[in-house]
Design a protein around this ligand. Structure first.
Ligand SMILES: NC(=O)c1ccc[n+]([C@@H]2O[C@H](COP(=O)([O-])OP(=O)(O)OC[C@H]3O[C@@H](n4cnc5c(N)ncnc54)[C@H](O)[C@@H]3O)[C@@H](O)[C@H]2O)c1
Ligand SMILES: [Zn+2]
Length: 371
C-alpha cells in the first residue's frame, strides 16, 4: 500500500535472533485509524482484545475499536488503571480473569493501546494467558514509541522491585502514530526524552545533537516534530534487540541510568516519579559514575546533564529515602552474585557493563544527586 502524500511510511523491522520472520515497527501519522486493516493483513485472528488505560481509552478507545471492527475483528475492550501501579499482580490477575470469563482463547489477538505501562502489562498478560496469545502494540507516549513498545520485553512490578516478573514475547507489529502524542500531558511527553537521550548516550550520539537542535528551535512543545527522533531511537533499539534479544550483551546497555532510576522508583513506591524522570536522574548518576570509574570526559557528562535539563527533565532529587533506596538497589535484578552491575559510558556513543566491587563511589555519586 502506498503512503499518503506528505506522510511517508517509516518502517523499521525488528529481527528476532533465531527466527526468520522480522516484525514491523511503523511510525506514521494516522495509524490508529488504520490499525484494524493493517493488523488483518498479519493474521486470521477473530477477536481483538483491546487493552488500554482509562485516559487513553477515553481519548482513542472508540477510534481504535472501530478501526479494529473495520478489520473484521470482534472487539472486546478492557480498561486498566492509569500509571505504573497498574503493572501489578492484582491488575494482571483481574485482566486475565476477565479474559477467561469472556471466553478469550487463542484465536484472539491482544492489542495494547497506551504507554509503556499498558504495553508491559498487556504484553505480559498476552505472554502468559493460554501460554501465549499473539499481540500488537499501538504506543501512545513518546517513551513507548521510541523504546518500550519495541523488543518484546514485557513485565509487571513487585513491591520489592521493578519488572521482576516478566517474559520475552514479541508483538506481531508496532504501529506508532505521532498524532497520538498531541494529547500527551507535557510531563509525560518530557519523560519520553529520557530514553531517547539514553539511546544517544550509549549508542547513537547523533540523537543527542537532534534533541539539542529541537530544544534550541523551541520545537519541544510540538509533539509531531518528535517523529524523526522516535524513528532514530526506535531504529537503534531494533538494532540492539536484533543483536541481543535476551540481554546477554549489547541490549544490557539500554539499562544505562536504570539501576539508580529503578531504585528511586521503587523507593518511592512508584508514585513520585514517572519512569522517564527517574531514568533521567539515574542517568546523571551513571554519567558521574562513568567519569569516576570509566574515564568519561567530565565535559561530556555535564553536556548531557544540561541537555536533560533543557528538555525539562529532573537531574537531581530533593532527597533519596536512604533505606528503601539502598534496599531496592541491593535487590535489583541486575545485581550479579557478589557485585552490583551497572552500565557505564566510557565515551559518548559507547557503553560497557561494569561490576562494582565496592559501593563507596556509588554512595558518593548518589549523595551528589541531592546537592
Ligand atoms: N518493555 C520495555 O522494553 C520498556 C522500555 C522502557 C520503559 N518501559 C516501561 O514503560 C513504562 C513507562 O511508560 P510511559 O512513560 O509510556 O508511561 P505510562 O504508560 O504510564 O503513560 C504515562 C501517562 O500518559 C497517559 N497517556 C498515554 N498516552 C497518552 C496520550 N496519547 N494522550 C494523553 N495521555 C496519554 C497515560 O494514561 C499515563 O497516565 C514503565 O513502566 C517502564 O518500566 C518498558
Ligand atoms: Zn526505561
Amino acid at each position: 500500500m502506498r503512503a499518503r502524500t506528505g506522510n511517508p511510511t517509516r518502517m523499521i523491522r525488528v529481527r528476532v535472533p533465531g527466527r526468520t520472520a522480522r516484525y514491523p515497527v511503523r511510525v506514521e501519522r494516522g495509524l490508529l485509524a488504520r490499525a484494524g486493516l493493517l493488523l488483518r493483513a498479519m493474521g486470521t485472528h477473530r477477536t481483538a482484545v483491546l487493552v488500554t488505560d482509562a485516559t487513553v481509552g477515553r481519548l482513542y478507545g472508540a477510534l481504535v475499536a472501530s478501526a479494529l471492527s473495520r478489520g473484521g475483528y470482534r472487539v472486546r475492550v478492557y480498561n486498566v488503571p492509569d500509571g505504573e501501579r497498574a503493572k501489578s499482580f492484582p491488575v494482571f490477575r483481574r485482566l486475565c480473569e476477565a479474559w477467561a470469563r469472556d471466553g478469550i482463547t487463542r484465536d484472539a489477538v491482544v492489542v495494547a493501546l497506551g504507554g509503556g505501562v499498558v504495553s508491559d502489562l498487556a504484553g505480559f498478560a498476552a505472554a502468559s494467558f493460554y501460554r501465549g496469545l499473539d499481540w500488537a502494540v499501538l504506543p501512545t507516549t513518546l517513551l513507548a514509541q521510541a523504546d518500550a513498545a519495541i523488543g518484546g520485553k514485557v513485565a509487571i512490578d513487585l513491591e520489592t522491585g521493578k519488572n521482576l516478573v516478566g517474559a520475552y514475547h514479541h508483538p506481531l507489529a508496532v504501529f506508532a502514530d505521532p498524532d497520538a502524542l498531541a494529547t500527551l500531558p507535557a510531563r509525560a511527553y518530557r519523560a519520553g526524552f529520557a530514553e531517547i537521550v539514553k539511546m544517544g548516550v550509549v549508542a547513537r550520539p547523533s540523537i543527542l545533537d537532534a534533541v539539542a537542535r529541537l530544544a534550541r528551535r523551541g520545537g519541544l512543545g510540538d509533539p509531531s516534530s518528535a517523529a524523526p527522533l522516535v524513528l532514530a531511537a526506535a531504529a537503534e533499539k531494533a538494532n540492539l534487540v536484533g543483536k541481543d534479544e535476551r540481554d546477554q550483551g549489547v541490549r544490557r546497555h539500554l539499562n544505562f541510568g536504570h539501576t539508580v532510576g529503578h531504585a528511586l522508583e521503587t523507593a518511592y513506591g512508584y508514585r513520585r516519579f514517572l519512569h522517564g524522570e527517574a531514568v533521567s536522574v539515574g542517568m546523571v548518576a551513571a554519567l558521574r559514575l562513568s567519569v569516576l570509574e570509566a574515564g568519561l570526559d567530565p565535559v561530556d557528562a555535564v553536556e548531557v546533564e544540561t541537555l536533560l535539563r533543557s528538555v525539562g527533565l529532573p537531574t537531581s532529587v530533593r532527597e533519596v529515602p536512604d533505606r528503601p533506596f539502598w534496599d531496592a538497589l541491593g535487590r535489583d535484578k541486575k545485581r550479579g552474585r557478589a557485585k552490583l552491575r551497572v552500565v557505564l559510558c566510557p565515551a559518548i556513543g559507547k557503553a560497557k557493563v561494569f561490576e562494582m566491587s565496592s559501593l563507596t563511589t556509588l554512595r558518593r555519586v548518589v549523595r551528589s544527586l541531592t546537592s
